[in-house]
Design a protein around this ligand. Structure first.
Ligand code: UGA
Length: 440
């Protein structure tokens, strides 16, 4: 099948490369000329394991190309995927749909033959129905251009696997249309492998995406709330999570207590969901998400308090090594990163903060140019009064305490992700501190 993918960020670039990998002919489209030039040259503009190889392979075999021309894309594609961003609006909680609208308003007038537009971006419920009407007004092919909503559930760091082997495929479509059949063909390999293929109305499909992210955020904040209680009574949240996680109804996944969630999705999605529910008169249903958000943000200040206490009551003039800047491991994404937020707060309290991250240094420098950046763990830790692990990269989880012997000034480590082997650090003579666990 010939398809265009609009937007070449994490979602669009991954989707385009994966669709080509499945054998489709794909044209990636973006208004960002520099990004398109890099993609054409086989370069992925962000870090995602395995994506560079996939991109290059499919450019070489001729199934994947990139353009900035909507005319070319409209001519080329029978299916048009929409994968542009929907960031939080400046000054309020709602999602900013300007990129989604720009694609529809530019593309639809160019559609002169039957086509399917399949939206993948995370949008407020009600968007797909409005866009479908707009497409009918603007497209010369009129009713022959259909719109479906096909939300995406990929996680950064696992984007390829999540796209090629999704847990489920969700399609919001108007009943009786051709959209379902076309999308079944596109995802034939996953469908044949038994992946649930769920067809529903637009509104429910849009809600599946935001409610899934709201559930995940709630699960993380739940365990972080339990971490607060554990801190109050001297309990251990990691043991608690293991114990409740054995109950199949609860499950251990997404029960890792620590600094909480960040990134370009969970924080803005729960806020946009609350904003949309308010517009719909259903705001009471989602007031709990306000609490989910506050518990999450509290973890960051708690981390600063813990580091302050472990540094003798003040951060002023203290050398602080921060290991981790990305919002999670295996990503160079620093959008709403809890790690960088904590690093910034500690600098404001007078600490000399030195940050190291295996992949996110360039992005971190752009967001927080005033922090100091080190080129390796040991450089960041030179003369440190305290070392903080704020993103659970394997490099940090596997860190040998002895490597830092003679490098740091004080052997104090604060584990913001409950990812270190605590007894190993304690045996090596370190003071180990972690969120949701008593001091050892
Ligand atoms: C999230 C969802 O997991 C995807 O299903 C969804 O498709 C995506 O958003 C999206 O909307 O596009 P992602 O933002 O890549 O994916 O990251 P997650 O793996 O969900 O992690 C989010 C944050 O939660 C990270 O900061 C992570 O450190 C934190 N987290 C995760 C915890 O604090 N504890 C956990 O147990 C799990």
């Amino acid at each position: 099948m010939r398809m265009a993918v609009f937007g070449t960020g994490y979602l669009g670039a991954t989707h385009a490369a994966c669709m080509a990998e499945l054998g489709h002919e794909v044209l990636g489209v973006d208004v960002d000329v520099k990004k398109i030039a890099r993609l054409r040259a086989g370069e992925v503009p962000f870090y995602e394991p395995g994506l560079t190889e996939l991109l290059q392979r499919n450019i070489e075999n001729g199934r994947l190309a990139f353009t900035t021309s909507y005319e070319e894309a409209a001519e080329f594609g029978d299916v048009h995927f929409l994968g542009v961003g929907t960031p939080q609006r400046r000054g309020d909680y709602g999602a900013d749909l300007k990129y989604v609208h720009a694609v529809i308003d530019t593309l639809a007038p160019l559609l002169t033959r039957p086509a399917l537009i399949a939206g993948k971006s995370t949008v407020p419920v009600g968007t797909a129905a409005a866009l479908a009407d707009r497409v009918q007004q603007l497209a010369p092919a009129g009713a022959d251009v259909e719109l479906a909503w096909n939300p995406e559930f990929l996680r950064e760091g696992f984007a390829i696997k999540d796209t090629l082997e999704p847990d489920r495929i969700v399609i919001g479509a108007r009943p009786g249309g051709r959209a379902e059949g076309i999308l079944r063909d596109i995802y034939a390999s996953a469908v044949q492998a038994g992946t649930p293929f769920l067809v529903m109305d637009y509104a429910t499909a849009e809600l599946v995406k935001v409610s899934a992210n709201a559930f995940l955020a709630t699960k993380i904040s739940f365990i972080n709330a339990m971490a607060e209680v554990c801190e109050a009574v001297g309990g251990d949240v990691t043991l608690l999570a293991d114990a409740i996680g054995y109950d199949n109804r609860i499950g251990r996944k997404f029960l890792n207590a620590g600094l909480g969630f960040g990134g370009g999705c969970l924080p803005k999605d729960i806020r946009a969901f609350m904003a949309r529910a308010g517009e719909l008169g259903a705001d009471q249903a989602l007031t709990f998400l306000r609490e989910v958000d506050s518990i999450n943000m509290r973890r960051r200040s708690r981390m600063v308090e813990l580091a302050t206490a472990a540094s003798g009551g003040s951060l002023l003039g203290k050398n602080i090594a921060v290991l981790g800047a990305a919002f999670k491991p295996d990503s160079d994404d620093v959008r709403d990163s809890p790690a960088l937020n904590v690093a910034g707060q500690m600098q404001l309290k007078g600490g000399n903060v030195s940050v190291y991250d295996p992949k996110a240094m360039d992005n971190a420098r752009k967001v927080f140019p005033t922090l100091e950046y080190a080129d390796a763990v040991t450089t960041a830790c030179e003369n440190a009064d305290i070392v903080l692990v704020l993103t659970e990269w394997r490099e940090f989880r596997d860190l040998d305490p002895d490597v830092l012997d003679g490098v740091v000034r004080n052997k104090v480590i604060a584990d913001g992700r409950n990812c270190l082997n605590a007894p190993k650090w304690v045996q090596a003579g370190w003071r180990y501190r972690a969120l949701g666990r008593s001091a050892s």
